[in-house]
Design a protein around this ligand. Structure first.
Ligand SMILES: Cc1cc2nc3c(=O)[nH]c(=O)nc-3n(C[C@H](O)[C@H](O)[C@H](O)COP(=O)(O)O)c2cc1C
Length: 200
């Protein structure tokens, strides 16, 4: 499947075949590619929590307006980020780079994020968003569909997954086999409202 086809055909699917199981090989393949998603300073701050335990899925569903995707998806990911990844031994993010590049990047990372909590949080959400889109397009290629989700109680889900204090939840992503096609797309805003040349 071409990337352009995956983009055009991806939809937020709400009904999945609850009986379909994603194999471990498929899951690993998907996640290894997701981990190629770019992050600023290569800090790889995404953390993907795969929820397999059915009791946990039920708790999350109850905290997510009972949305069926939560329990019916073949893979349910809570895509989180380590907000402090920039400060956790950043040399490991450059272990394969030429020494000069590694030293330069590591020396720039701390000063860029230090004391700028808003930027650390922005970075977390940027990385989560990019990784989520990578996963959604990849899911299409693999014969799956997906639903990005933020309609849930973050406090409850944080508790269910035991989210560390210095991490944040970006979104949930349900991936599964479509059981019912979604409604036609909601509608697009005008091209010129979205695409601006030079300045607003
Ligand atoms: C960050 C984010 C959160 C969303 N949360 C939910 C959700 O909780 N439940 C849901 O059914 N759809 C959710 N959606 C799906 C959107 O409603 C959907 O992507 C949008 O209407 C466009 O439709 P399409 O993705 O089929 O093109 C979410 C989408 C995004 C990007």
């Amino acid at each position: 499947m071409k990337v352009s086809e995956a983009i055009a055909e991806r939809r937020a699917v709400k009904h999945f075949d609850a009986h379909h199981q994603m194999s471990d090989d498929e899951f690993k393949h998907m996640m290894q590619l997701a981990m190629q998603s770019p992050t600023s300073f290569n800090i790889q701050n995404w953390r993907f929590v795969r929820v397999v335990d059915s009791a946990k899925r039920e708790k999350i569903k109850a905290a997510a307006w009972d949305q069926a995707q939560v329990t019916d998806a073949s893979a349910l990911l809570i895509i989180c980020a380590d907000v402090k990844a920039w400060d956790k031994d950043p040399a490991r993010y450059w272990k394969n780079a030429p020494q000069e590049t590694a030293e330069l990047m590591v020396s720039m990372t701390g000063p860029f994020y230090e004391g700028r909590e808003w930027l650390q949080r922005d970075e977390a959400m940027r990385s989560v968003g990019i990784a989520a889109q990578t996963l959604m397009l990849l899911a299409k290629e693999m014969g799956y569909d997906s639903c990005p989700m933020i309609g849930f109680d973050q406090e409850v889900v944080s508790e269910v997954i035991n989210l560390p204090k210095d991490h944040a939840i970006g979104m949930m992503l349900a991936i599964g086999k479509e059981a019912k096609a979604p409604h036609p797309r909601g509608g697009s805003i005008d091209f010129d409202e979205a695409v601006i040349t030079d300045n607003f």
